[in-house]
Write a protein that binds this ligand. Structure first.
Ligand code: ADP
Ligand code: ADP
Length: 230
């Protein structure tokens, strides 16, 4: 069974439709790339799948739960416990060091400081930035900061990681390094990933690709089988 699925999602901003009936499934441990030109609905789709916004119509299922019907409080708890979210940039707290940034989701969820700092150290090691543990984001390169941000998104060991243009603010060398590390770590952890990108080189890290155009699925690429096409 898929870990996450969407059926006929429709979403609009006022009278401006952003999604016009999108259906998809995310397999367990799968990296699904969602591509398409700017304005095609990628970010809106990601926010619906992650339970940040409720679609106007259609359904999102996570495991056995129809999360598109749940209250904001329930979806908020789900996002904290089961989901990780990663954006293009600007997500680290500038006043906190790298280790404090990575420990933060655990502390907010009630972990004790010692346990949170130990887990943060482990995740900084996995992304080869443990040497920056006491450094603040403003003293880091873009690539370093993004590796810390991925460590923070993974520290709660989410079932699903939602990444919206995770390399969008990086040059190609740093982008490649972030993607190489991220794909290795999520595969080790068994995390399922929705990877939104307009960059074909980034999409190539996915097992499968869904192409959006104008709020609709325009094509598939990669190891498509009938089970994935709703
Ligand atoms: P993408 O991520 O592919 O660039 P988006 O999901 O951001 O696409 O946008 C899809 C459509 O919805 C576009 O026409 C965009 O202009 C519109 N849109 C996105 N966010 C908003 C918003 N906050 N208010 C109004 N329109 C929006
Ligand atoms: P992306 O392509 O990564 O979605 P955008 O530049 O399209 O980024 O959008 C950046 C922000 O602007 C988002 O918060 C989005 O919701 C908002 N936005 C996008 N299009 C519109 C729009 N037509 N009107 C108002 N807000 C918009």
């Amino acid at each position: 069974a898929p870990v996450l699925s969407a059926r006929s999602l429709v979403a609009s901003y006022g009278r401006n439709p952003a999604l016009k009936g999108v259906s998809l499934q995310l397999g367990r441990g799968e990296i699904l790339a969602v591509t398409g030109p700017s304005g095609s609905g990628k970010s809106t789709l990601l926010m619906c799948l992650a339970g940040v916004v409720r679609p106007d119509a259609g359904e999102v299922f996570y495991e056995e739960r129809r999360i598109s019907m749940e209250s904001e409080a329930e979806r908020s708890r789900l996002r904290r416990r089961d989901f990780g979210v990663l954006f293009q940039f600007g997500q680290l707290v500038p006043e906190l060091t790298a280790i404090e940034n990575v420990a933060l989701p655990l502390l907010l969820d009630g972990s004790r400081r010692g346990a949170a700092m130990a887990a943060a150290t482990t995740w900084l090691e996995r992304f080869e930035v443990v040497g920056l543990a006491r450094t603040r984001p403003t003293e880091m390169s873009g690539g370093q900061a993004q590796r810390v941000a991925v460590a923070r998104a993974m520290v709660t060991e989410p079932q699903v990681l939602f990444a919206d243009e995770p390399t969008g603010a990086l040059d190609s060398l740093n982008g490649e390094q972030v993607m190489t590390q991220m794909s290795r770590v999520v595969r080790e952890a068994g995390t399922s990933v929705v990877l939104v990108t307009h960059d074909a080189r980034v999409a190539a890290y996915g097992d499968r690709e869904i192409q959006l155009r104008d709020g609709q699925i325009d094509g598939y690429d990669g190891a498509v089988d009938a089970a994935h096409v709703v």
